[in-house]
Design a protein around this ligand. Structure first.
Ligand SMILES: [Zn+2]
Length: 407
């Protein structure tokens, strides 16, 4: 057992970051907007009631992006991208100081009340600090995740998990927690906002957090509160049960769009028509634009095309985990073995389940990939957190199930 050598770096009056001494300066730079985020959050939905708000950066084996422990968010080091581009996660965990920690889901069936509200709140904080364009891109990427998740759930025979109001009777709740609670929940709030206008909706949410502060909340109770304090006084027609009890995305969902992503799509079209990657108009692209680019590349690409992209944009060498993972998925699907050393290294270093699951899932789609997945998992498994191990043992039908090493 080696104990961590933790250091602390203040960001603002009430905010700061704990991390390994070798990482803490980098982390403090990355999270420089934390105090402003807290001020923006308070301006939206009322006072922060927990005194200090700090973040601790955990080792790469931490299986989640973040965990909103009151006063001290636990965070994965994979958000230290070096360009402050993945700090929406901090806005998200901070927002949980209202939705989640202040007004708390009463049961795991009501999980969407924690996560849907928090994604909506996260987007509002990011909009206040980084602008509407940024928020639009963040929302569209979230909607892409939601659509992919819903398709997967339907294909796997779990269409009922596309409902906001879950039924986890007899199951491990972790198995029913998907993007649906996050992104469909957020879409419902965005749709309500569009119906009543932002000032009315913000006043409603502010009142909701004040009214139920330090209490737990069920879906039924929330619906009654919504009817009484938003829908009826404003004469709004809104079929809330279709949202909470129905499967899939309701027809009235207000979904985000992004003009900046349309420009990305135009560049992809040029590339597929033969323009060299280095001639594409990518100047000034943010991480979000690169994510959209990588997600919308053709499913099948030649080795020459993969090399052209990597030489122009250096994806394999990217220190941004979102960009790297999206690229590695393309590499696996196209059997681009030039990236396999990097893939091996990443899977042996990072234990964040959000990245492990898609990479291993893509690997096991072919026989060659399945062998590679098993070899890598054999060496990496003992360093993964039990939460990730449980998911991956099942995904990989792992037989050699000695319990993971204690840590
Ligand atoms: Zn959350």
């Amino acid at each position: 057992m080696r104990w961590a050598d933790l250091a602390f770096e203040p960001i603002g009056e009430r905010t700061g970051v704990y991390a390994e001494r070798s990482v803490v300066k980098k982390a403090a730079w990355e999270f420089a907007d934390m105090e402003r985020m807290l001020e923006s959050a308070e301006a939206l939905y009322g006072p922060y009631r927990w005194g200090r708000y700090d973040v601790i950066v955990l080792p790469p084996s931490f299986p989640f992006g973040g965990m909103e422990n009151p006063r001290l968010t636990f965070a994965t080091p994979t958000i230290l991208a070096g360009d402050r581009s993945l700090t929406a996660l901090v806005a998200h965990e901070m927002a949980h100081s209202w939705s989640g920690n202040l007004v708390t889901n009463a049961t795991w069936n009501d999980f969407w009340l924690n996560e849907g509200f928090t994604v909506y709140f996260e987007h509002r904080i990011c909009e206040a600090i980084y602008g509407a364009d940024h928020m639009g891109m963040l929302s569209v990427l979230g909607a892409q995740d939601l659509m992919a998740t819903m398709e997967r759930l339907k294909a796997e025979g779990h269409a009922s998990d596309t409902r906001l109001h879950l039924d986890v009777t007899g199951r491990n709740p972790d198995d029913a927690m998907t993007e649906v609670a996050y992104e469909k929940g957020c879409a419902m709030l965005r749709t309500l906002e569009a119906k009543v206008g932002r000032p009315v909706f913000d006043a409603f949410l502010r009142n909701y957090f004040d009214t139920y502060a330090f209490q737990s909340m069920t879906t039924e109770r929330f619906i009654a509160h919504l009817r009484e304090h938003l829908l009826e006084p404003n004469n709004v027609t809104f079929d809330v049960e279709t949202w909470t009890e129905g499967e899939g995305l309701p027809a009235d969902a207000v979904m985000a769009t992004s003009d900046r992503f349309k420009l990305v799509e135009a560049e992809i079209a040029r590339w597929t028509m033969g323009t060299k990657a280095r001639e594409l108009a990518t100047k000034g692209w943010t991480t979000f634009e690169w994510m959209h680019f990588l997600r919308h590349l053709p499913a099948t690409m030649s080795t020459e095309q993969m090399k052209d992209l990597d030489e122009a944009f250096g994806f394999t060498a990217s220190g941004n985990a979102e960009v790297l993972v999206a690229w590695l998925q393309s590499c696996i699907r196209n059997d681009h073995d030039a990236a396999y050393n990097k893939l091996d290294q990443f899977l042996n270093t990072v234990g964040r389940r959000k990245y492990l699951v898609p990479l291993y899932t893509d690997l096991i789609a072919t026989e060659k990939g399945r062998l590679m997945a098993q070899t890598i998992y054999r060496s990496a498994r003992s360093n993964y957190h039990a939460v990730s191990v449980r998911t991956l043992d099942e995904l990989l039908a792992w037989k050699d199930s000695k319990p993971p090493a204690r840590f």
